[in-house]
Structure formats: structure tokens, C-alpha cells
Ligand binder design. Structure first.
Ligand code: FMN
Length: 370
């Protein structure tokens, strides 16, 4: 049986985090993951665009059994209560992923305040809804609210500098996300093989756990993360391509179909993003090179300076996914897509990963040590 400080800290069976993946709903994926013994994360960013991108909002609301007329706080409240109802008998543990970048901060406040309120109202909720996972922004300033309410706090970073900032902020579990990862990546990328051990060396101690993200998708990669000093690994792309995943079928299938060098980096809403390679995303990459070269040079721009045609292209492409239009669709995923060839049930997937990880860790000693 594999165990780690992460399994002990939050009471999950296996040291795996099912990544929050917005702007789509992870409502059903999170339930399946939590019930399979890993940390399930609900994404929330799909609730930020009710007016601009109703196709995303509506899909989110429908999969969470809320009403399309509900405001975002009400939807989140219903989704949290639904998740609790569906995981409590199996002892599932879950959390929410909230993007806290500067331009989203008002929305982030609503999400976190709602999470705290819902958890306070139901004592049993505290046994299952244990984690707030923040991302895409500065962690400093959130400690009192999140930890004061009794949550375990996780935050994802792409650099040692970011990890040190997390430590200063009082984050419990720092997730080091390498450039292999799906969708938003950092302006100045470092890959998991370098980033994870560097972050472990910089911040891991008795009060601070570290997990890897970016490229982890099976027993080999989870075993590698643990050997590199991590307390667990977060997996996004791998969980996206599962039976229970809420993602549109063409997106899931695109992950399964991706081959060698099957992803590329081009503009995403808030910066560089990793997409599955298609004629449509190759076109987007060329446009990014012309209109937002900082994506490749490590020079950030923002909504004040960005050529909005890039953002509009992306919005159109995501809308096309929701409409099942494969020609116009553009789908984000990590490099791990090329190592994913099936679309299993979440529980079967977790069992396979865990079994392989255990076998690998056991064999390390007999294979390599006298
Ligand atoms: C389609 C997709 C959407 C994502 N959306 C978010 C998000 O809304 N918030 C976030 O913190 N990370 C997001 N991520 C990143 C994941 O949380 C995770 O860190 C990443 O998928 C790990 O790399 P992997 O894809 O190689 O497993 C997303 C990833 C994917 C593939």
C-alpha cells in the first residue's frame, strides 16, 4: 500500500490529486475521483463567464444539477452539496480549485466565501470537503481566510520563486507544475524533472508538503515523483480522458488520439497555454508568434496590450468544442496526452496506477541495490 504525508494530511487513500480543470465542469469527475480514493477537485472558473460564454456556464450548471438562472455563488453551493451527498458514503475527500489571478480576484472571493459558508453550515461537510486549491495568482493574503476556516490550503506554482512565495504565505501543500502540463503554463517555463526536485529542496519541511504536476499520468511517473521527494502528484490530462470526465467527447478522444509530439504552446486566455496539435491550434500558434511573441520569449503581456483577435479565436474554438465542431475546436492538454491511449473508468485507472507504482517502488530495491 503506498502512503505519503499527503495521504495522512487529508485522509485520502492514495497520494494522487485529480486536477481542477476549468473553465469546464469537473463535477462528475471529482465525485468519481474522490470515491476512488484520491483527492477530487472541482473547477470553478467556468462560473466566471455567465454572460460572455454561456455555453460553458450552462454545461457547468447542468452537470452540477443547478439551474441556469442561478448566480455563480448559488451554483457553487448546489455543486458542493451535491458532491458531498455523492461522496460521503464512500468516504471521498474533495476540494475546489480557484484561480486567484489579479483580474479574477472578485470572483475568487465569491467562490472562497461560498465554500466557507457551505462548509460551516453542515458539520459532516468538514469530513469530506477539506481542500481549497488556489492557482494562477499570488498566494499572499489568502491565509487568514482559507486556513482560518480550517481548510488545507494548496497552491500551484511554476518556479522555485513561486514556491518560496507560497511558503511565506503559509500554504500547506505546494504543487510544482512543470512545463509539460496541460492548458496554462508559465511565461518562463521549467520542466518537471528540474522543477520538482528544486522545489522540494527549497521548501519541503515538516510543515510544508510538495507535490508534482505536469506529465504525471501513470505508475512510472507517480513513482518518479515520490522518488524525487514529492508527497504526491497531481494529474490533469490523465483524468480528463476517463469515462466519468465531464469534458466533451471530442476533447477526451483528442487526448487518446494524440501521438508523439502531440501538443504545442500558443496563447491562452491569461498567458501561454498547451494545446493538442491540430490545424486549428497550429494556426493559433502562428498568430501567437506574430501578435503575442512574449509567449515564446517569456515577456508577459495582459489584457491592456494583447491583440484581442487571439483571445476571440480561442473563445470561438472553445465554443466549437461545446458544439461538437471538430474543425473549429481547440483543446488543451498536457504532453502526457501522447502516453494516454485509453479512456478508462476512474476507479480502474486509479487502481492500475497504484498497483504499478507499488510494483515499481518495490522493484527499485531489488533491481538497483545490492
Ligand atoms: C484542460 C485543462 C484545463 C485546466 N484548467 C485549469 C484551471 O482552471 N485551473 C488550474 O489551476 N489548473 C488548470 N489546469 C492545469 C491542471 O490543474 C494541472 O496542473 C495540469 O493538468 C497538470 O499537468 P498534466 O496535464 O500533465 O497532468 C488545466 C489543465 C487542463 C489539461
Amino acid at each position: 500500500m503506498i502512503k505519503s504525508r499527503l495521504t495522512k494530511l487529508i485522509g485520502i487513500k492514495y497520494p494522487i490529486i485529480q486536477a481542477g480543470m476549468g473553465p469546464f465542469s469537473n463535477n462528475n469527475l471529482c465525485v468519481a475521483a474522490a470515491n476512488a480514493g484520491v483527492l477530487g477537485l472541482l473547477s470553478t472558473s467556468g462560473l466566471f463567464n455567465k454572460n460572455d460564454q454561456p455555453w460553458i456556464y450552462n454545461a457547468f450548471v447542468d452537470s452540477g444539477e443547478a439551474n441556469r438562472d442561478d448566480d455563480m455563488a448559488t451554483v457553487l453551493e448546489k455543486v458542493l452539496k451535491r458532491t458531498h451527498r455523492l461522496v460521503k458514503d464512500k468516504g471521498g475527500i474533495f476540494g475546489i480549485n480557484v484561480m486567484v489571478s489579479a483580474e479574477l480576484v472578485q470572483h475568487s472571493q465569491v467562490m472562497i466565501d461560498t465554500a466557507i459558508k457551505v462548509r460551516e453550515e453542515n458539520p459532516d461537510m468538514k469530513n469530506h470537503f477539506k481542500v481549497i486549491f488556489t492557482s494562477a495568482g499570488d498566494p499572499v493574503g489568502w491565509k487568514d481566510k482559507i486556513k482560518g476556516a480550517g481548510f488545507t490550503w494548496m497552491h500551484v506554482v511554476p518556479s522555485v520563486k513561486g514556491a518560496l512565495r507560497c511558503k511565506k504565505a503559509g500554504v500547506d501543500v505546494i504543487v510544482a507544475s512543470g512545463h509539460e502540463g496541460g492548458f496554462h503554463t508559465s511565461w518562463e517555463p521549467v520542466h518537471s524533472m528540474i522543477l520538482l526536485p528544486a522545489v522540494v529542496e527549497a521548501v519541503s519541511d515538516e510543515n510544508t508538503l510538495v507535490c508534482g504536476a505536469g506529465g504525471y499520468c501513470d505508475g512510472k511517473t507517480l513513482a518518479a515523483a515520490l522518488v524525487l521527494g514529492a508527497d504526491g502528484a497531481q494529474m490533469g490530462t490523465r483524468f480528463l480522458a476517463t469515462q466519468e470526465s465531464d469534458f466533451h467527447q471530442i476533447w477526451k478522444q483528442a487526448v487518446v488520439d494524440a501521438q508523439d509530439r502531440g501538443t504545442l504552446v500558443a496563447r491562452g486566455f491569461v498567458g501561454p497555454a498547451r494545446w493538442i496539435k491540430t490545424p486549428r491550434s497550429l494556426e493559433h500558434q502562428k498568430n501567437t508568434l506574430k501578435k503575442s511573441p512574449g509567449v515564446f520569449l517569456g515577456a508577459p503581456d495582459d489584457y491592456a496590450t494583447i491583440d484581442m483577435s487571439l483571445i476571440n479565436y480561442e473563445v470561438e474554438s472553445i465554443k466549437a468544442v461545446c458544439e461538437g465542431n471538430t474543425e473549429k475546436a481547440m483543446m488543451a492538454a498536457g504532453e502526457a496526452a501522447q502516453r494516454i491511449q485509453n479512456m478508462p473508468l476512474v476507479n480502474d485507472l486509479v487502481q492500475e496506477i497504484v498497483k504499478d507504482t507499488e510494483n515499481i517502488l518495490r522493484s527499485v530495491q531489488t533491481k538497483f541495490l545490492d
